[in-house]
Design a protein around this ligand. Structure first.
Ligand code: ZN
Length: 215
């Protein structure tokens, strides 16, 4: 089991339990939950609370296990799969494997410069989800955020002003935050990232490159 040090917040986990997160964030949380016993335990609690609230609304209005069915409809994921522990071979937990169509070797990477590669998994009005591979020892350009950015580490590790993030760790960045993630030396870092708005790069060159990179 992965030893997670940076956990997801309760409000995001509750939003996930309610099926209220945009698709890109839903994928990151589902993947994080697969890697974190702590997140799984808290999620189970929130789902129980949600079920209890709906029970009180009355059985006349709601069919048996309609919360679960509703959650499944919203997210497109079966309830038992949402909180399933990590089972898959390789480095991608099951929810991510399903989207990618395999593990790391199935990813359709595109180079975005400086040795960094990305693969966009989902792009819509509500946000985007992508995989990013940062070469060992490489720094990402310093950037701010126009909205929310959620980063989950799948392989290797990176550090920024707020600490070091390794497999299973999740980092939330918002408009207040400017950071320069630097991958650990010795191993390429692979992350799953959801954003609800384009990033705001500080340097001139990255800003020009941004429309092409699409991040
Ligand atoms: Zn960021």
């Amino acid at each position: 089991m992965t030893d997670v040090n940076h956990h997801i917040s309760d409000d995001l986990l509750m939003g996930y339990a309610a099926g209220a997160l945009p698709q890109a964030f839903d994928l990151v949380v589902a993947t994080h939950v697969s890697l974190s016993e702590d997140a799984r335990a808290r999620l189970t609690g929130f789902e129980a609370i949600g079920g209890a609230v709906l029970d009180r609304v009355g059985e006349a209005e709601l069919a048996e296990d309609s919360l679960e069915a509703t959650l499944a409809r919203i997210s497109g994921v079966e309830p038992e799969e949402r909180s399933a522990p990590e089972q898959s071979e390789g480095i991608f937990p099951t929810p991510l494997q399903r989207v990618v169509g395999g593990d790391l070797d199935a990813v359709n990477w595109r180079s975005v410069g400086m040795g960094v590669k990305q693969a966009v998994l989902h792009s819509g009005k509500d946000g985007s989800a992508r995989l990013l591979m940062i070469p060992a020892g490489q720094a990402m350009p310093v950037h701010g955020h126009r909205g929310l950015e959620m980063t989950l580490v799948l392989k290797g590790a990176y550090s920024d002003d707020d600490g070091r993030y390794a497999r299973g760790d999740i980092e939330i960045a918002d408009e207040e935050m400017h950071h320069t993630p630097i991958a650990d030396a010795g191993e390429d870092c692979v992350c799953l990232i959801a954003t609800d708005a384009p990033l705001k790069f500080d340097g001139l060159l990255p800003r020009i490159a941004q429309p092409f990179v699409g991040i």
